[in-house]
Design a binder for this molecule. Sequence first.
Ligand code: KG4
Ligand code: ZN
Length: 361
Amino acid sequence: MGPAPQTLGIETSCDETAVAVLDCEGRVEFDVLSSQVASHAPFGGVVPELASREHLKALPWLVDKALENGTQEIELVAVTAGPGLVGALLVGVRFASAFAWARDLPMVAVDHLDGHQASPFLRRERRPAKQVPPRVLALVASGGHSAWYLSEHGVSTRLRRTRDDAAGESFDKVGKVLGLPYPGGPVIDRLARRGCAERGLFRQPKIKDGSNDLSFSGLKSAAIREARQRGLEGVGEAAAGPEMVNLLASFESAVIRQLLGPMKELVHEHRPDLVTISGGVAANSALRRAITDEADRLGVALLIPEPCFTTDNAAMIARAGQLGWLAGRRDDPRRLDARTREIWHPPVMRRKLDQQARGAE
Ligand code: KG4
Ligand code: ZN
């Protein structure tokens, strides 16, 4: 893989405004993030319109900081173009397009999930990014997605996906019922370490059509039911006792078993050079241990991202943009649009569609 242009990366797909600069060997020269968690917290989840407005406020300021800090000129602009909240994505896409157009720079639109898949190859302390081998089997587990991909020479195919909730979403929803702060994943990770998993508390879900896809909503509902039966609703982190930490250890271990369920079959079938894990849930300490053990058992190489690159960040977007550029990708800043991939509807319309769907049952 040759040198890439010095790249400005921009990520605004959800509730983090992130900007990064990578040098020609994928060294992270600058990496900042403005989190909106506090603005959304009173609403108990991400409010799409608020997210767009917060991105509008933060992004120009963060890019200014990146330019002030920069040791070299920007030569390429990489921006997340989807999937995500359409209004939030558009702020990043339009800003990046204007930036590239005004400076006559090439531009690459990045799929957020390709960004996550690039994150294990990034290194801290100004070390060059690792090389990506030809065949990579990648698990992406975040708040919005949970899927296994096979990436062959940079072209990624989805092999398994969740049919309902994402793994991170199930952590966040269980956390909310227990009165834990948002997002629930990191707190559950902490509390579960103090607990012991109770054998047989959660049964592994099976998809009705017999496919090997993933599912987390049944586990989430079972954990919420169990929490209510144990009187743990709204208890919070400070008052967490053995009942809560054991329940969380059991739930976390069931989610991990579900995530790693297909790994053996996929490794045998696709014979990858490397297995990776990425996305916010890849910060989970028990998952990192479990996938390390499984990779050892299967005799396959494993690469786990630095914790700082697991959750949404712009360094991974800049690196995915560089890899795309090296593969010959270029996007026209005058034509670039946000790609939501999943069909996004405003809340009022979503309620109507839900009512229609219920009426049709
Ligand atoms: O990748 P990310 O920042 O955003 C999306 O693209 O969705 O992932 C955020 C998700 C949240 O659901 C959060 O609860 C989860 O990652 N998460 C964790 C941990 N840290 C973040 N889940 C389990 N254990 C963690 N340590
Ligand atoms: Zn993400």
